[in-house]
Write a protein that binds this ligand. Structure first.
Ligand code: NOJ
Length: 561
């Protein structure tokens, strides 16, 4: 077993910079804010942080629209702050992973300003332009943020492609000059000593050269593609998508590895790929490619569904052997683009128990683990009472579209509340002080009212808190590398409420039992025909132990067999 790569056994903590900690009272989280909280992060026991974009940006998509890749947006800090963050993190043994947005820039990036200025500008071909067809859109491609992915530009009378907002024009990655410029930019950050890159929507770099229409097929029928809001609303297997997972994208990833990543030592790369099947992961990640890929299978479920959880893990674990050398998995249950995990996969009634259950689930899975800020204290979704309080462009556009289509305002708001990415982006709840201790000023996005009960300070001294449970689990993962590298054997595969599995290698055999339901569950003995739980050692549980064959709602037990 190759134990040498640091990232294989890492727990990586995602920091949504704007909402983590505001050190200067302007209402926005900043790099100094992270530095001030590094001891907290260290104490949690994680190995690395992933910091969301901090580059120059007009913030149309909260920083994923970059207008200068090599300088830092003043409200987040300065280059000196960034260098200090890297230094201070390393001093504490914490690695730093940064976000790289390669598919698109901001429309305010000087490259795009030049590109749109005339059809003969040398940078025209740096973006994807199209004259349109008979005075209409080039094709039916849609933006992830509603509406056509093409924007007509009056100045030169052509359309440019934007798979996200119209302020995020897609770069033309077929152009070697674009590739070289972006590779240089990545070198700039690697030279600053960062340890890894999270590559935003990496499978979208190249689109079909013939600009073919995307096709939406349901029950064998070809359906009008414009009837869907955006690709996120439809199961990926129902779309023949000419904007993602193109073979040329896979070769660019290999080029990136050869020309850039390989020249540095131990750099970790994780690609965000939507949609991502194990086959796509095999193309994007492995030897000579990226290290791992995020898939969206849990997000797509959008609810607690025990049988599907089992299928997802079995599918991904089972696929490793077919994905070629270097294949490795990673798992997460939350990030800055999806509602909070306790609200989606847990239960409000059994809030604390279900938060702990989800922690135990995540942290006993094989591979590299990502967790998201606030998850460790069980932060939940928010319900702002008016659309004006939302900042997420995706949710605001969705609301507008519903209203345009005649949906009543209350329904439109409640639909927007459910899907809003702001659910995950409300400021981190540090204490029960004003604004949850996040800022001395006015926060850029409202704080969840429940900060008085759910906050770091309240949980820090409490050995039974969610926070303490996370720390215990992260430590267990360090003590038993079996949880990282060991085999995964599912038990009780047909069970609708309980998830159980064995993690085993030459050093240990661990049994994980998770009651993922609000009901008491009686366990049948023996679990897999061999294990008698009376002959095991209980390592961790989230409730006081009673009858070993009866699980309380959301009860978690991890045994050494
Ligand atoms: C994925 C990022 O996680 C998301 O926040 C962003 O809006 C899109 N990519 C576009 O960059």
């Amino acid at each position: 077993m190759n134990y040498t790569k640091w990232w294989k056994q890492a727990v990586i903590y995602e920091i949504y910079l704007r909402s983590f900690y505001d050190s200067n009272g302007d209402g926005v989280g900043d790099l100094q804010g992270i530095i001030q909280k590094l001891d907290y992060i260290k104490d949690l026991g994680v190995d690395a942080i992933w910091v969301t974009p901090f580059y120059q940006s007009p913030l149309d998509d909260m920083g994923y629209d970059i207008s200068d890749y090599c300088s830092i947006l003043l409200e987040f800090g300065t280059m000196e702050d960034f260098e200090r963050l890297v230094h201070e993190s390393h001093r504490r043994g914490i690695k730093v992973v940064i976000d790289m947005v390669l598919n698109h820039t901001s429309d305010e990036h000087p490259w795009f300003v030049e590109s749109r200025s005339s059809k003969t500008n040398p940078r025209r071909d740096w973006y994807v332009w199209h004259p349109g067809i008979k005075g209409d859109l080039p094709n039916n491609w849609q933006s992830a943020f509603q509406g056509s992915a093409w924007e007509y530009d009056e100045l030169t009378g052509e359309y440019y492609l934007h798979q996200f907002s119209k302020k995020q024009p897609d770069l033309n990655w077929r152009n070697p000059q674009v590739r070289e410029a972006m590779f240089d930019m990545i070198r700039f950050w690697l030279d600053k000593g960062v340890d890894g890159l999270r590559l935003d929507i990496i499978n979208s770099l190249i689109e079909d050269g013939d600009f073919r229409d995307n096709i939406f097929i349901d029950n064998g029928l070809k359906i009008d593609y414009s009837k869907i809001y955006n690709n996120l609303d439809v199961a990926p297997e129902k779309i023949i998508d000419y904007t993602r997972n193109q073979p040329e994208t896979y070769s660019i990833v290999r080029e990136l590895r050869n020309k850039v990543i390989e020249r540095y030592k131990d750099i970790f790369t994780v690609g965000e790929a939507y949609p991502c099947s194990p086959e796509v992961a095999g193309e994007l990640a492995g030897e000579g490619k990226l290290d791992v890929c995020f898939h969206f299978d849990f997000l797509f479920l959008n609810k607690r569904d025990v049988r599907s959880f089992k299928e997802i893990i079995s599918r991904w674990e089972g696929s490793i052997k077919d994905r070629g050398p270097g294949a490795w998995n990673c798992y997460y249950l939350s990030n800055h683009d999806m509602p909070r995990q306790v609200s989606v996969f847990g239960s409000e009634k059994y809030y604390k128990e279900s938060a702990a259950m989800l922690a135990a689930f995540l942290l006993t899975l094989p591979g590299t683990i990502f967790m998201y800020q606030g998850e460790e204290i069980g932060m939940t979704d928010v319900k702002f009472n008016a659309i004006e309080h939302y900042r997420d462009i995706m949710c605001v556009n969705y609301y507008k579209r519903l209203v345009e289509e005649g949906v009543d305002l209350d329904t439109a708001l409640s639909e927007a509340q459910k899907m809003s990415r702001d659910n995950a982006r409300t400021p981190m709840q540090w204490s029960n002080e004003k604004h949850g201790g996040f800022t001395m000023g006015t926060p850029w996005l409202g704080v969840n009212e429940n900060y008085r009960d759910i906050n770091v300070r309240a949980q820090q001294g409490d050995t039974k808190s969610i926070l303490s449970f996370y720390k215990t689990l992260i430590k267990l993962r360090k003590d038993y590398k079996t949880l990282v590298y060991g085999s995964y054997k599912p038990l009780l595969e047909e069970h609708q409420q309980v998830m159980a599995y064995i993690r085993e290698d030459e050093h240990a055999k661990l049994l994980v039992i998770l009651n993922m339901s609000e009901q008491m569950v009686n366990l049948q003995e023996p679990l897999d025909g061999t294990i008698d739980i009376r002959n095991t050692v209980l390592l961790i549980a989230n409730t006081d132990q009673g009858n070993p064959f009866q699980l309380k709602p959301f009860e978690v037990r991890i045994y050494l067999v």
